[in-house]
Design a protein around this ligand. Structure first.
Ligand SMILES: Nc1ncnc2c1ncn2[C@@H]1O[C@H](COP(=O)(O)OP(=O)(O)OP(=O)(O)O)[C@@H](O)[C@H]1O
Ligand SMILES: C=C(C)CCOP(=O)(O)O
Length: 265
């Protein structure tokens, strides 16, 4: 790997970060178990590397989804964001597949000199008991890595869950906690669709409430244990920072500070 430690390394007082999710449906072939979409992943990493190199983004946290890695194994074991398992083998299947995908994302970023380092939710995070138990995601490692000039890369994962064993935490949940806790400037979710689509298949320019678009929102077309587009919009509406949902064509523009796809705020 050729990635060096990032240039800033200055501690506190830096610009608020951008939080970017690379959707699993973008970077994998979601219908084919454990298959990376090499072209799409490379293009996304090019856009990230370009934005960091030309200073369009100073501080960046990347989150990636599960695609045909996490969702496939979670579904086979009957595990979702609400249904847990007490089988260590199932946890290893889910977490192991996400580790493999995370390694691939890190490799592609390192090839482009992005100082990316993994932050693993299974080792860091937990859900307390009860239906309203908010995810506990300690942020000090991510914040410190950012301050030291790195690009932390988190991912949807298996997560310890009081009273349920281990469930799934989606990248969308992580994005929301990271953005709120780190005071993100902007949030981007890059997926296979060009934005949130209305009933006619057109991109909805902006969404301010779930009810206004609920009829158009569905689950993912592929195997998915975390709720697809409906869950994504619900999560992003809870944020203070503006969020955008867009496709591959919108990524470079989003990183330059432009509006892309659907704006959610
Ligand atoms: N109204 C809608 N607009 C756009 N996509 C929708 C809509 N309703 C349902 N979808 C589905 O949501 C999918 C995107 O959600 P999905 O969770 O699969 O994306 P992702 O975040 O890229 O993947 P992952 O969850 O693996 O990280 C689309 O591919 C589409 O099948
Ligand atoms: C299925 C797993 C392990 C990750 C789910 O994360 P998401 O793809 O962001 O919903």
């Amino acid at each position: 790997m050729s990635a060096d430690r990032g240039p800033s390394g200055t501690g506190g007082g830096e610009a608020p970060p951008v939080v970017l999710k690379l959707g699993g449906s973008l970077i994998t072939e979601k219908d084919r178990p454990e298959t990376i979409d090499d072209e799409a992943l490379a293009a996304a990493c090019d856009a990230v590397a370009g934005a960091l190199a030309d200073g369009a983004v100073e501080r960046l946290v990347v989150v990636h989804g599960g695609g045909s890695f996490g969702h496939h194994h979670a579904s086979e074991h009957g595990v979702s964001t609400t249904a847990g398992t007490d089988d260590a083998g199932a946890v290893m299947d889910i977490h192991g597949a996400m580790t493999e995908l995370n390694d691939a994302v890190l490799d592609r970023l390192h090839e482009r000199d992005v100082p990316a380092v993994p932050v693993r939710p299974l080792s860091l995070s937990a859900r307390p008991a009860g239906p309203d138990g908010d995810l506990d995601l300690p942020l000090s490692s991510t914040a410190t890595l950012l301050g030291e000039g790195f690009v932390p890369v988190l991912h949807g994962d298996a997560v310890a869950t009081a009273g349920a064993g281990v469930t799934v935490v989606s990248g969308d949940e992580l994005v929301v906690d990271l953005a709120a806790g780190l005071g993100a400037r902007r949030v981007g979710v890059c997926s296979t669709v060009p934005g949130v689509l209305d009933g006619d298949g057109d991109v909805i320019a902006s969404i301010g409430s779930f009810e206004a678009v609920a009829d158009a929102l569905g689950a993912s077309d592929a195997t998915d244990v975390s709720g697809g587009m409906a869950a994504k919009v619900r999560e992003l509406l809870a944020l203070d920072a503006p969020a955008h949902v867009f496709g591959a064509a919108g990524l470079a523009g989003f990183l330059r500070g432009e509006d892309a796809g659907t704006r959610i705020d």
